[in-house]
Design a protein around this ligand. Structure first.
Ligand code: SF4
Length: 728
């Protein structure tokens, strides 16, 4: 393309973390290609990245700070100092009256590491509250909990290059073909180039990913732990475990073994709704493979048993000694582009930078020393995780929330509670690149944020690879980088010295000091080095090449160096079907949309395949309810209603239906699937169960998709039939 200069960048969507090559003409991006030199994608990209250009300057960009003149009044344009001093005055008043835990922050896996760091430092080190959580809690918290409990610290041990070496893929709870498409292409290529490579897919739906499988285990939703325990029991019986590895490098094997042996394949088959022979086959394939690689995502993590499900997968690798070696290991696929960076920098309410935790006094002391605050400034009490934060807002315990770069009024479960929380909070600050969104319409203060490619910072992908995202164009209007907004606010709160960062590089340099000596030591990573190419952590020295694979010396991140097996017990999901709500609803993504469509929804080409919400339902369930393909149906749970078109398909298991989560109530009151989901969460990771709730279905006559004021609106749509399931 004539007069076009090409710059390297990084995809702002999923955790595959593809490198981009951005064509810029007349100072603005005009074309996106894959960066051939980036090791995550070697030049390939998916449709979402290819259609980034129309998402940069849509008509609904937030351009100026705005403050609502009074409750129920209009948002009116103001200056940055006026907007931030308004927030500062409210924060001071609320903290003085109710204590620091009466305020909270809710961020996103789409923030840069620098933005995460500055908000985290402000909340935990200076305001004195650990109420800084992010939407990673809805995404990868269970994987993080499982890695920490079994391997001694968070962090996926494997790399994408292991895909080209693996001879068996166990893909669980992940429609990789749609949600991590470039990773999936690598799996497909490996499969095509090596006839011996096998693929097992565990998913209640027959997805495009399952189409690649040599063995598709279409289990009943929520029964993964029973399956993996039974696989382990087969391996024990067949003497396919690595006794030497277990004896030399692990602890607690007997507990895991004992639990697994209670799961005969026949018993698990009955629970999982699949054949026992398939369980045996999966176990034999896994144990006899030289290099099994287990990939998982939200179908495992978003569950009240999410941590146990991930632990059960890791148990399989520890029992066979297939971890820390080329081509094998447990490998969670991160949802968002920098959910990993968020975890590294302490962006969950129990964490501090460098995989430290607020519960540990030494960890608090390390961080307080660098931040220049007394150790008791950092509270030893974990802050509120995502769902609890919004529950506390709804209950009036937390008075003010600052929401950054995310849209919880669409993505959180049980939307009625979230909307109530946002309506009744004393102060809602929304920092976003777009307005209006389902969340920003509740804002008392709206802060316009720069988006890709208007800001500089680093992001870490699923394989621990840190890339530098450069600023290629100036943000529009008065929008600013997220970290700059946080630092300006901190200075306004009186913390000038600690937040006087001149640029994002200075933020990164302060953060990387805090990683020295930790499992994610990135002392050897600088902006200069990242400009030459991405680096996998740990990378403790300037001349260190980065680390493709963790635990290659079989020494795990516990003091004794031994990994821990865990007894993983199958538990029923929090809300099981009954005669009133006989079907299971599971939720997920469509191929070409990202989260709440604030960006991908602006690219017409991406909307074609699924312009409206839909519900997949099995032909027998559809027939029993009088539902035909394409008709509008009402899906009802104890918490609310979804109305969408039925897609009758045998590719979903009987008794299960599926709906995507991208649409919120702004698209139509009853188009939001999270009207239906519940707030029950995993007791360890506090991740919510977005993959399982009980619903009923019926056809809706004369429903007009363009108009939610349909001729026959759903009866008692919100709030009058609510039984809060709060078993977290
Ligand atoms: Fe971006 Fe993910 Fe697509 Fe790669 S696979 S181009 S990171 S959305």
């Amino acid at each position: 393309m004539e007069n076009t200069r090409w710059e390297k960048s990084y995809c702002p969507y999923c955790g595959v973390g593809c490198g981009l090559s951005v064509g810029i003409r007349d100072g603005f991006p005009v074309k996106i290609k894959g960066d051939r030199e980036h090791p995550a994608n070697f030049g390939e990209i998916c449709a979402k990245a290819a259609h980034l250009v129309p998402t940069i300057r849509p008509a609904d960009r937030a351009l100026h700070p705005m403050v609502r003149d009074k409750r129920g009044g209009e948002l009116r344009r103001t200056s940055w100092p006026a907007a931030l001093s308004y927030v500062a005055a409210h924060f001071r008043r609320i903290i003085a009256l109710h204590g620091p835990d009466a305020v909270g922050f809710y961020g996103s896996g789409q923030l840069t590491t620098e933005a995460y760091y500055v908000f985290n430092k402000l909340a935990k080190g200076f305001l004195g509250t650990n109420n800084f959580d992010t939407n990673s809690r809805l995404c990868m918290a269970s994987a993080a909990s499982a890695y920490t409990a079994s391997l001694g610290s968070d962090g996926p041990p494997a790399s994408y290059e292991d895909i080209e070496l693996a001879d068996l893929f166990l893909i669980a709870g992940s429609n990789t073909a749609w949600c991590h498409p470039i990773t999936f292409r690598r799996i497909e290529k490996r499969r095509q180039s090596n006839g011996e490579t096998k693929v097992i897919v565990v998913d209640p739906r027959r997805t495009e990913t399952a189409d690649l499988a040599d063995l598709h285990l279409g289990i009943t939703p929520g029964t993964d732990v029973a399956l993996f325990n039974a696989m382990l029991s087969v391996m024990v019986r067949e003497r396919l475990i690595d006794e030497e590895f277990i004896a030399s490098h692990t602890r607690n094997w007997e507990a895991a073994r004992e639990e697994a042996m209670a799961w005969e394949p026949a018993k698990a088959a009955a629970v999982c709704g699949i054949g026992s022979r398939d369980i045996v086959r999966a176990a034999l394939w896994f144990a006899s493979a030289d290099r099994p690689l287990s990939l998982w995502s939200m179908g495992v993590n978003q569950s009240t048993s999410g941590t146990d499900k991930a632990l059960a997968i890791i148990n399989l690798h520890l029992a066979t000694g297939k971890i820390g070696k080329p081509g094998c290991g447990p490998f969670s696929l991160t949802g968002q582009p920098n959910a990993m960076g968020g975890r590294e920098v302490g962006g969950l309410s129990h964490l501090l930078p460098g995989y430290r935790t607020v519960l540990n006094r030494e960890h608090r002391a390390d961080v307080a020393r660098l931040w220049g605050v007394p150790v008791d400034r950092i509270s030893p009490r974990p802050g509120l995780p995502a769902v609890e934060l919004f529950e506390a807002l709804a209950a009036g315990v937390v008075k003010a929330v600052w929401i950054i770069c995310t849209n919880p009024a669409v993505t959180m479960p049980d939307l009625e509670t979230v909307h109530r929380a946002l309506r009744y909070a004393e102060l809602v600050v929304v920092q976003d690149s777009f307005h209006p969104t389902d969340t920003s319409i509740h804002a008392d203060v709206l802060l316009p944020a720069a988006q890709w490619p208007e800001k500089e910072g680093v992001m870490t992908n699923s394989e621990r690879r840190i890339s530098l995202v450069p600023k290629l164009v100036d943000p529009p209007g008065e929008a600013l980088d997220d970290w700059e907004i946080a630092a300006m606010f901190a200075r306004m709160m009186g913390f000038s010295e600690a937040f006087g960062f001149p640029d994002s590089e200075a933020v990164f340099n302060e953060y990387r000091k805090l990683t020295a000596g930790t499992p994610i030591d990135i002392s050897g990573v600088t902006y200069d080095r990242l400009r030459r190419g991405p680096v996998q952590w740990p990378c403790p020295k300037d001349d260190h090449p980065g680390t493709a694979r963790l635990y290659s010396n079989a020494r795990f991140n516990f003091e004794d160096g031994r990994a821990r097996f865990h007894r993983t017990q199958f538990r029923e999901p929090a809300e099981v079907p009954d005669s009133r709500f006989p079907l299971v609803l599971t939720t997920g993504r469509v191929r070409n949309q990202w989260h709440t469509m604030t960006r991908t929804g602006k690219a017409p080409a991406l909307l074609k395949a699924a312009p409206e919400p839909y519900v997949e339902i099995h032909p027998e369930d559809a027939a029993a309810a009088g539902i035909t393909d394409g008709c509008f149906i009402e899906v009802r749970s104890r918490r609310g209603v979804l109305v969408a078109q039925a897609r009758v398909t045998a590719e979903i298991a009987r008794g299960v239906c599926f709906a995507p989560f991208h649409w919120g109530r702004m698209s139509g009151e009853f188009k939001a699937v999270n009207n239906l989901t519940h707030r029950a969460r995993d007791p360890i990771s506090r991740q919510v169960e977005l993959k399982f709730c009980a619903v009923n279905v019926r056809p809706v006559a004369a429903w007009n998709s363009d108009n939610d004021q349909a001729t026959h609106p759903p009866e008692s749509a919100h709030g009058d039939d609510i039984e809060v399931s709060d078993v977290g």
